[in-house]
Design a protein around this ligand. Structure first.
Ligand code: RM4
Ligand code: MN
Ligand code: MN
Length: 427
C-alpha cells in the first residue's frame, strides 16, 4: 500500500478550519514574545527520527506474543511501512537496520526502494545477543567479553560484517549494544570482562571507515540479572574515550534504574562532546515497555531542554546526535505507536525550543529556583500541537497522522496484502 498526497490533502481539508484557528492562536502568542513561528516550524520539519526495522512488528514478552496481522515479512515490506509512516508524519525519514534480522540481499534494489519513499539508512545495529542457526560458537556466556578468544573473534567479525552492509547502504554509524554480563555473583571477572570488551571494540573500531562513528549503548540489567559489562553511561564513556574520537555513548531512555537523572547524563556527555545517539521509549518498570512520552512527558521535556542547549552551544564539539525510536509494541498497533512516538518527541523538542534561555540563565545566576521553574514550565505547558501539525501539513503530511492512518484503513490494507498471520522478524 502507498499513500497518495491527494488522499492526505483531502483529509487535511476537512480538519483545516479547526487547525487554522488553533495555529493562529499559538502563533500570535509566540510572535508576541518575539519567537519566529516559521523558524520553529522549519526546525521541527528538519528533525528526523529513525525507525528501527524491528519495531514494525508486534513485540512480545517471555510469556507470549499477540501479533495483529499484516506485519512486514521482508526488508522491503519494513521499508514500505516506514515509508507509510513518513508519508503520514514527514518526521520519520530514516530506517535503522538490525543485522542479521535484515540483511539486504540486492543492495541496489533496496537502496532504490528506500529512496522511492524518501528514506535514508541510519545507524546499523549488530546482534551478538542471540545465536544464529549457522553460527559456530555460542554467545550464551557473552560475546565481545567472552573468555574464549574464538567467540570474541566471531563477534568482532560479525560487527565488521555489519559495517560492510551499512557501508553499502550509505549508513554512517554502527550501534553496539551488548547483552554481555553475568547472572550470578562470582560468575565473571569484572575487570577481565571489561578489558576483553575494550580490546574487541578496538578491533571493530579499527575496521570502521574514516567517516563512521561508533555508538556504545549501556544497560544496567537484562538479559543478565547480576551484572552487565557496560552497565552505565560512565562505563560507556570510558570505553568511547579509550577507543578514540569517533566513538560515542548512546543513551537509551529505557536503560536506566528508577529515578536516574537522565537529563544530567545528557548534559555531561554533551559537555564532553561524547553524546552520539539517542534511543526513545518510556517505561514504568522495565526496558522499552512503553511509548515515549506516555509516562513521563516532563522528563522527556527536561531531556530535550539539555539536548537543545547542547545543540545550540556554538563552542560544543558534540556532533548532531542520531535519533531513533527503540520501543516494544506489545498491545498497540506498532505503526500507530510509532506515529504517537514521533509526535511525542517532536512536542518535547518544540517545547524545549520555546525555553527562554537567557532568562533561565539569569534566574540560575541569581539563584532563583522559583523563576527557573516558572520559565521551564511555561514552555512545557504551552500547547505546541498546532505547530507540529502545521509542520506536517507544510510538508504534505497529515494534520492528524493517527486519525489518517485509521481513516485510510492502513492496517486493513496491509492485512489484505500480507495476510493475518504474517510475522515480522525481530524480537
Ligand atoms: C536492547 C537495546 C538495543 C536494541 C535491542 C533490540 O535492549 O535497546 O538498542 O537493539 O534491545
Ligand atoms: Mn536501544
Ligand atoms: Mn533496550
Amino acid at each position: 500500500m502507498r499513500i497518495d498526497k491527494n488522499q492526505i490533502n483531502s483529509l487535511n481539508k476537512k480538519a483545516l478550519p479547526d487547525h487554522r484557528e488553533s495555529f493562529e492562536y499559538i502563533s500570535q502568542r509566540l510572535e508576541g514574545k518575539g519567537i519566529s513561528v516559521q523558524k520553529l516550524v522549519q526546525k521541527v520539519q528538519s528533525f528526523q527520527i529513525a525507525i528501527p526495522s524491528w519495531a514494525l512488528g508486534t513485540g512480545g514478552t517471555r510469556f507470549g506474543r499477540f501479533p495483529g496481522g499484516g506485519e512486514p515479512r521482508t526488508l522491503e515490506e519494513k521499508i514500505d511501512d516506514v515509508g507509510l509512516l513518513h508519508a503520514l508524519n514527514a518526521g520519520s525519514g530514516a530506517i535503522s537496520l538490525h543485522i542479521p534480522w535484515d540483511i539486504p540481499k540486492d543492495i541496489a534494489q533496496i537502496k532504490a526502494h528506500a529512496a522511492s519513499h524518501k528514506l535514508l539508512f541510519d545507524a546499523v545495529n549488530s546482534n551478538t545477543f542471540q545465536d544464529q542457526a549457522d553460527q559456530e560458537h555460542s554467545y550464551k556466556f557473552g560475546s565481545l567479553c567472552h573468555t574464549d578468544a574464538q567467540v570474541r573473534k566471531q563477534a568482532v567479525n560479525h560487527n565488521l560484517e555489519v559495517i560492510r552492509h551499512g557501508e553499502a547502504l550509505g549508513s554512517k554509524s554502527l550501534t553496539v549494544w551488548l547483552a554481555d554480563g553475568s547472572s550470578f555473583p562470582g560468575q565473571m571477572n569484572f575487570r577481565k570482562a571489561l578489558q576483553r570488551t575494550l580490546d574487541s571494540l578496538k578491533e571493530i573500531y579499527a575496521g570502521m571507515p574514516d567517516d563512521w562513528k561508533m555508538f556504545i549503548e549501556y544497560k544496567p540489567y537484562e538479559p543478565y540479572f547480576y551484572h552487565t559489562v557496560i552497565q552505565d553511561w560512565g562505563t560507556s564513556h570510558l570505553l568511547a574515550s579509550q577507543l578514540g574520537e569517533r566513538a560515542y555513548t548512546l543513551v537509551d531512555l529505557g536503560h536506566h534504574l528508577p529515578n536516574t537523572n537522565i537529563e544530567q547524563i545528557v548534559a555531561t556527555l554533551m559537555m564532553q562532546g561524547k553524546l552520539g545517539g539517542f534511543h526513545f521509549n518510556d517505561s514504568k518498570f522495565g526496558d522499552d515497555d512503553l511509548t515515549v512520552g506516555a509516562m513521563k512527558p516532563y522528563q522527556l521535556f527536561l531531556i530535550f531542554n539539555e539536548l537543545v542547549e547542547g545543540m545550540q552551544d556554538k563552542e560544543s564539539r558534540n556532533p548532531y546526535p542520531a535519533w531513533m525510536i527503540d520501543a516494544s509494541h506489545n498491545l498497540k498497533d506498532p505503526m500507530e505507536d510509532l506515529l504517537q512516538s514521533v509526535e511525542a518527541i517532536q512536542l518535547a523538542y518544540a517545547q524545549a525550543l520555546l525555553v527562554d534561555r537567557q532568562a533561565l540563565e539569569d534566574a540560575r545566576e541569581a539563584n532563583d529556583p522559583v523563576l527557573a521553574q516558572e520559565i521551564l514550565q511555561d514552555a512545557f505547558r504551552t500547547d505546541v500541537r498546532p505547530l507540529i501539525a502545521e509542520a506536517r501539513m507544510q510538508a504534505d503530511a497529515a494534520l492528524d497522522p493517527v486519525a489518517a492512518f485509521r481513516k485510510l484503513n492502513v492496517r486493513e490494507n496491509l492485512v489484505r496484502e500480507r495476510g493475518k498471520k504474517s510475522m515480522a522478524t525481530g524480537l
